[in-house]
Design a protein around this ligand. Structure first.
Ligand code: MEV
Length: 385
C-alpha cells in the first residue's frame, strides 16, 4: 500500500521540505527543480524565436485517494488558491473513500476530407477495402505497434453533396496520439484518392476525442460541508442548487466548468501535455444544443448523509512522446509519482478537476470564494505570512 498523502500541515512546509516529503532525498530531482527544468538552450531547441524560459509554480496537491490508492497530484498553475482548493476537495472526498475514476479508451480519431462526385459510391469502395487499408498503415509506426497501439478501423463520418468525411480511429497506447493519427491520415490520403478518384484536402485529427471519455465520481459527507457559519445540511442544499443553476443557464455553466478545468489543466500543464487540446475536448463535450452544459452531475444519497458528484469528459493526455518525455523534470516527476501510464494520468487529472469543483461549489455555497481567495492573495503581498 502506498503511503497516505493526507498530511495535515503540508501547506506550512517550505518547498524543500515538501520535496523531501514527496520524493525523499533525490539530488538529481533537486537540481532539476533548481533550474526549473528548462534551460535556455533546451527551450530554444523546442520552440522557435525563443528569448528564454518562463517558469510557473510547480505544486503537488495532497489528500488524494483515487481508486482506493493514495496519490500525490502534480499541478502547475498561475492562479492562487487552485492547489489549496484541490487539496481541500480531495480531503472531503477522502472521508468517503476518495475518487472512483475510469480512464476513457486510448483512441484518437483522424478525419479525411475526400472531395468526390459520388460520396456514397466512394464510401462503398473504401468500406470494401477497409481492413486492408488499415493493415497497410500499421508498419508506419513500429514503436506504437510495439506498445499495443496502431490504426484500428475506418468509419464513415459526415457526408455532403460532393464530400465524404472518412474517420480513421487509432489506438494510441500511452501517447496522446495527435502525431500518430496525423501521420496515418496523411499516409491514407493518396490510397483513398487512388481508390475513389476523389481528392483529399484536409487530413487531420479531431480534437473532440469522443471515445476518450474519462469518468470520476466522489461522495462527500454532508456534515463536513459546514462552512462560513452555515450548517453542512444548508451548504449541501445550496451546492445542489448551484449545480441546477449551471444545468439551466449556459452562462453559469461556462464558469462552473472553468472551475473543473482549473484542476484538469493544472495537471495537464504540470505533465507537459497539450492544454489547448484538453480545453477543446472538454468544450466540445460540454456543448449542447442550447449552449454550454455542466460537465458534472450532482445528487444526494438515499439516506441524505452524502452528496455525490460525477464528472465525465474526454481527456487526451499522454505519458510518452512530445515534451512529456523530453522535459527532464516532468519525466522524473511522472516516474516518481507512478503516473507513467496514460490511463493513470487521465484518472488523476479527472479526480483533480472534480476536487477543484467540489471546493469551488462548497465555497460558493458558504461564505463565497473571495474570503479564501483573498487570504491566499494576501500571502503574496506579505512574504512573512
Ligand atoms: C475560479 O477560478 C473558479 C470558480 O469561479 C468556479 C465556479 O464558479 O464554480 C470559483
Amino acid at each position: 500500500m502506498r503511503p497516505d498523502t493526507r498530511r495535515p500541515g503540508f501547506h506550512r512546509l517550505t518547498p524543500s521540505e515538501r520535496r523531501a516529503t514527496v520524493f525523499g532525498e533525490d539530488p538529481a530531482l533537486e537540481a532539476l527543480f533548481a533550474s526549473g527544468g528548462w534551460d535556455a538552450d533546451f527551450a530554444d531547441r523546442w520552440v522557435e524565436d525563443v528569448l528564454g524560459p518562463l517558469a510557473l509554480p510547480f505544486s503537488v496537491a495532497p489528500n488524494f485517494v483515487i481508486n482506493g490508492e493514495p496519490r500525490w497530484v502534480p499541478m502547475c498553475t498561475e492562479e492562487p488558491s487552485v492547489v489549496a482548493a484541490a487539496a481541500h476537495g480531495a480531503r472531503l472526498a477522502a472521508a468517503c473513500g476518495g475518487f472512483v475514476c475510469e480512464a476513457g479508451e486510448a483512441v484518437a480519431t483522424a478525419q479525411l476530407q475526400l472531395v468526390v462526385s459520388d460520396p456514397a459510391a466512394a464510401w462503398a469502395s473504401i468500406e470494401a477495402r477497409a481492413d486492408a487499408l488499415v493493415a497497410e498503415l500499421a508498419p508506419l509506426d513500429p514503436a506504437l505497434f510495439a506498445h499495443g497501439g496502431g490504426p484500428e478501423r475506418l468509419e464513415r463520418g459526415a457526408v455532403f453533396a460532393d464530400e465524404l468525411i472518412v474517420h480513421l480511429h487509432v489506438r494510441t497506447a500511452d501517447a496522446m496520439g495527435a502525431n500518430a493519427a496525423n501521420t496515418f491520415a496523411e499516409a491514407l490520403a493518396p490510397r483513398l484518392e487512388a481508390l475513389t478518384g476523389g481528392a483529399v484536402i484536409g487530413r487531420i485529427l479531431t480534437n473532440a476525442y469522443p471515445r476518450r471519455l474519462t469518468r470520476a465520481a466522489a461522495e462527500l459527507p454532508v456534515e463536513a460541508l459546514a462552512h462560513g457559519g452555515i450548517s453542512g445540511e444548508a451548504v449541501a442544499e445550496r451546492m445542489l442548487r448551484l449545480a441546477r443553476w449551471a444545468e439551466r443557464d449556459p452562462l453559469r455553466a461556462v464558469t462552473h466548468d472553468k472551475g473543473i478545468l482549473n484542476g484538469i489543466l493544472a495537471v495537464t500543464l504540470a505533465t507537459a501535455n497539450d492544454t489547448r487540446a484538453v480545453a477543446m475536448a472538454a468544450a466540445a463535450h460540454a456543448c449542447g444544443p442550447g449552449g454550454l452544459r455542466p460537465l458534472s452531475a450532482w445528487s444526494r444519497s438515499a439516506d441524505g448523509a452524502r452528496l455525490r458528484c460525477e464528472l465525465a469528459l474526454p481527456l487526451p493526455l499522454g505519458t510518452v512522446g512530445g515534451l512529456t518525455v523530453a522535459h527532464p523534470l516532468v519525466r522524473r516527476v511522472l516516474e516518481a509519482l507512478d503516473l507513467t501510464s496514460a490511463a493513470r494520468l487521465c484518472e488523476t487529472a479527472a479526480a483533480c478537476g472534480l476536487a477543484n469543483h467540489v471546493a469551488a461549489l462548497r465555497a460558493l455555497a458558504g461564505e463565497g470564494i473571495q474570503a479564501g481567495h483573498m487570504a491566499l492573495h494576501a500571502r503574496k503581498q506579505d512574504p512573512t505570512s
